[in-house]
Design a protein around this ligand. Structure first.
Ligand code: UDX
Ligand code: UDX
Length: 463
């Protein structure tokens, strides 16, 4: 099947960048990204592509090149479904907040809504591609909904999980380690897989395009995220041991990372991992294992989350303990709010939880992040529902630049690894702070020797 029209439901962090790159690399294919959220679509269509709703290095240039040529953003979901031969589903799959599996299982209601809408609209055969991270065997549920239409339309379901990381989405999409496509082994299934391979083959070498069965593909995505998160929890567990024994976690990480079997990546000790995927996907894995009665497997993976929560709490406790056991009415400056550098995404960011702990201790927070708006910060705090919006707004203030955020502060906490923090005039910051001036570096980002030479009392994770 030759694909000339694609539609993607969900214009978020996954759908938006992925479709922009497909459109850039396949000018012969018309790509329409649809979303129920009108504001989001309006922002994707903003005349100035700098204002697109997702900040990713290099993305606005890709959108500027392809938008209006073969890349379109629209709220007309029905029309896009009707016209497309291939439909990607990139809607969100948050952790369930109600009912059975609450707090653990993935909430698939948006996926199901998409399937029902596709079933109602489709008048010709379509390939439906799962882009969203889904629990194993979701494809089966999708298929049963789609096959119930009774109008003779044939659907093929593919699983094509996205491995891009935020902040490097464009590079990851342009040069992926691998593209994974899971499909049915029937002749029609293989044709559908081939149609998707043909799209990626426009820029991805064929030996990096992996074909598996549907279930392997779905489970591989959860497993990849679980392994990555487990490395961070492993190094973070050892960071606590380093702090009490006098070993330095950076040195340990370097020493073990040079073992080619271990490798150097994902060994940065930190205040804890955040982001929309790691916690959600592990909880999902735990839930699946439990539902098959595999308690030991479930407990093993759950420990990755338990340790991560412990690490965030440990960081806020260190701040309180070091500031003479009270932060009440003390000003604490936060550098960073996003869950990692080079993104405006704050989902599950460690900063939110550390802020929540410190607000419980009656601290006054002064927050600066290069890409996150004040509204977003307050919305994140309000979402936890620990205290009223009014109290959050009163006690957490955001700043447009770092120097006023740090003025008169008792301590600075580094929550995101933005490179620009290294280049600040730290002498100028020190001069305007309360003394002793503390820095709690939750990312091991800054230069200890330089800060100590200025006069700061400097704490890093794991040393
Ligand atoms: C999401 C999931 O978090 C991830 O697990 C999955 O792999 C891909 O989808 P992301 O793109 O980061 O990732 O989510 P988000 O930025 O929330 O975007 C989803 C979009 O889907 C939102 O803009 C939402 O408005 C839209 N949506 C949701 C619909 O258009 N229709 C729906 O029925 C539900
Ligand atoms: C992750 C996966 O990397 C990606 O393949 C998948 O598609 C989605 O989930 P993402 O969450 O965007 O991507 O970012 P990632 O770079 O993995 O970082 C996740 C969190 O771990 C961040 O909070 C980051 O700061 C933290 N981290 C990462 C560490 O604390 N230490 C490290 O060594 C690496």
């Amino acid at each position: 099947m030759k694909i000339t029209k694609i539609c993607c439901i969900g214009a978020g962090y996954v759908g938006g960048p992925t479709m922009a790159i497909i459109a850039q690399k396949c000018p012969h294919i018309q790509v329409t990204v649809v979303d129920l959220n009108r504001e989001r679509i309006a922002a994707w269509n903003d005349a100035d592509t700098v204002n697109i709703p997702i900040y990713e290095p290099g993305l606005s240039a890709v959108v500027a090149e392809a938008r209006g040529r073969n890349l379109f953003f629209s709220t007309d979901v029905a029309k896009a479904i009707d016209e497309a031969q291939m439909i990607f589903i990139s809607v969100n799959t948050p952790t369930k907040t109600y009912g059975s599996g609450k707090g653990m299982a993935a909430d698939l209601k948006y996926i199901e809504l998409c399937a029902r809408q596709i079933a109602a609209i489709a008048k010709d055969n379509k390939i439906v591609v799962e882009k969203s991270t889904l629990p194993v065997r979701t494809a089966e549920a999708l298929k049963s909904i789609l096959d119930e239409t009774g109008n003779g339309v044939q659907f093929q379901i593919l699983s094509n999980p996205e491995f891009l990381a935020e902040g490097t989405a464009v590079d990851d999409l342009l040069a992926p380690d691998r593209v994974l496509i899971g499909g049915d082994s029937s002749a029609a299934g293989e044709q559908a897989v081939q149609a998707l391979v043909d799209i990626y083959a426009n820029w991805v070498p064929l030996d990096r395009i992996l074909r598996t069965n549907l279930w392997s593909s779905e489970l591989s995505k959860l497993t990849a995220n679980a392994f990555l998160a487990q490395r961070i929890s492993s190094i973070n567990a050892l960071s606590e041991l380093c702090e009490v024994t006098g070993a330095a976690i950076n040195e340990v990480a370097k020493a073990i990372g040079m073992d080619s079997r271990i490798g150097p990546k994902f060994l940065n000790a930190s205040v804890g991992f955040g982001g929309s995927c790691f916690q959600k996907d592990i909880l999902n894995l735990v839930y699946i294992a439990k539902s098959y009665g595999l308690t030991a497997v479930a407990d093993y993976w759950e420990q990755v989350i338990i340790l991560n929560d412990h690490q965030k709490r440990r960081f806020s406790n260190t701040i309180v303990k070091t500031l003479y056991n009270t932060v009440s009415d003390k000003k604490i400056a936060f550098l960073g709010w996003a869950f990692k550098k080079d993104t405006n995404d704050t989902r599950e960011s460690a900063a939110i939880y550390v802020a929540d702990d410190l607000l419980n201790e009656q601290a006054q927070l002064a927050i600066f992040d290069p890409k996150v708006s004040r509204n977003k910060m307050l919305a994140d705090l309000d979402y936890l529902a620990t205290r009223s919006s009014k109290d959050n707004a009163k006690n957490a203030t955001s700043f447009d630049e770092p120097y006023s955020a740090c003025e008169n502060a008792h301590a600075i906490a580094v929550l995101t690894e933005w490179e620009e923090f290294r280049a600040y005039d730290w002498q100028r910051i020190y001069d305007k702070m309360q003394k002793p001036a503390f820095v709690f570096d939750g990312r091991n980002l800054l230069d200890r020797a330089a800060l100590e030479a200025i006069g700061f009392v400097y704490f890093a994770i794991g040393s």
